[in-house]
Design a protein. Sequence first.
Length: 674
Amino acid sequence: MNFYMTKKYLLPIAFILLLTVFFQYNYFSVFPTSNHSWAQNDRYALALGFVDNGLRFFEPQTNIYNHQFPGWWQEEYQSTRTAVDFPIHDYIPAVFMKLFNSNSFLLFRIYVLLFGCIGLFFLYKLSLLLTKCSIKSLFVVAFAACSPAFVFYHAALLPTVPSVACAIIGFYFYFSYYEEEKSRLNFSLALGFLTLAALSRTTFAIALIALFGIEFLNLLRKRNDIKKKIIPTISVLAVYFAYFAYNSYLNKEFGADFLSSLMPPDNFSHAKELISTAMERYKWVYFSQMHYLIFVLAVAGAALYLLVKKTVKVKADYLLLVFAYLFGCLLFSLAMLKQFPNHDYYFLDSFYLPVVLWFVLLLQQLPEIASVKHKIISVLVLLCSLFFMVKASANVMAERNTAGSWSRSAITYSSYKNSAAFLDSLGVDKDARILALDVTAPNMVHNLMRRRGYTLMSTEAGRIENALTFKADYIVFQNNRFMEDIYQNYPAIVHRLKKVAGNGRITLCQPVKFIEQSVEELINLSPENAKVNLSLAFPFNGDAGNWSNIKEKSNAENETKGWLPASDVFGLTYKTGNLPELSQASCMVTVRTAIQFIEKKECLLVVSLKTGDEVILYETKNLAEQSNDAGKWKEHYYQFQLPEVDAEDYEFAVYFWNTGKAELLYNNFIISVY
């Protein structure tokens, strides 16, 4: 590339890098625990699997022996190999991990980020090729790069953005074939990159099919040079269907941790509900308000130019190509509609690129920006639009990357952080199979432990019993989830676990046929071992101190118990700003009480920790979910992991929040700090 060409692209490259750094700087080094941490950790597990298997590309594996499909984690396989769409975007990060002798997820992020930037650069080139205008092309890049969905996934551990980038590069070479040079190289690169996109994310096969449709029409109209295209076409189809067949073999032989079936709505009403839910959740995530406004104005401007000048500047084949692509995405969305309300990245896999390509064609239809005056106005419009798009995307980025200390994924990450070193210190073999109880993402825990094994995704008694039949060498659980999620559903678990060691956050055990022990002995969280116990017994006749909203009532046996009437929004409350144990180190807080619902409705137990206006921790437990039927007593036990408090001005609170207007009795309310 000569100096002129280098200089020509300096501005768009700087523009893309500036936007990327601005959006990603504060979140780049954060482990994926917020939106779609499940999917991101699955892909990270694939990369680590390639590292572990010596970079054997055709033997993709995760950490899990009990795959999600077809048995929904209830069937044990002898291998962690899994069916998965062409895992090139997991394999290349693994190569870099090998080269740098590091398993850091940051190498994965860097790869995805750079690939996304390359895709945006080719989008600029594509737009410049068609519009012949650098200002319009910068507008296209701004439109695409500032989509809140694109911004969030631009550095996510997913193949979505690299696949989008491959598709953009493919379209660039396809348009180059017709706009610049009808060479076999351009056509081959177009098919190659679009096929790569389709292999790694099946939805991009729609773009490939649309392209083949246009080429078939050209063949019928005798506009095709078949000699230049036959070999590339046969080659990419052979590669695509060969891997499709191989992946089907993997699925049948080993199972899968990745969805490979259609998820259509049940009926028309269900479809409307799913679309409504998806739009309600994600309409400002797909694009910002400014995006929608710009697109509408572009449509209006292109239509006005067409009416006034009676001229269509866009080639009919390009319009037909993008229309076919968009129509194919519509059909795909119907076939996978159940996924859209909970998976916003499906938008990037489908509608995002056709919309961006339509935007390019709309700008191509608009008048040329010829005069200096018009150029100045256009730049001002670009900068003004950019401001609002960047602001909206930055707000979404901040919101979506704030998992909060009460997030189950964040709690799990906090519990298992540094667990690999902990297991190493105990001499746990790297090949040991570990069953992880009660996890939020199948591969996250094992990624952090750097061991393979089994995952328990549901804590129903039957699921726990089934998991205990797996050939696990060890069983691990989070201390702060054990009582509530495991023990209360399956009390017999305490007789099946022989404790090996714990680090205060997780406990490692060996599975046994039977051992006589209490739950307190297993988790070492009896009141006698607590740093402090804050208790309230009834009848109450002492100094309330930090307790408030204390009400009493006699039950059928004429015994005095604590009482939460249905008319009260907030019940028993403990609140303090002076608990030295909280400022000494991260600690475990347990809440024990016996509860009898008189009228069983939703009622929450809330534990919160605030410093000034900042919420450090806010967790709720639904008491009704863990209670017996109305009129029956049941012991409740809840655990909360609190971070160390390094501020003098803080408020720690535990209270009942009567959201459903329930009426209940309670007794022996004990808050313990460990």
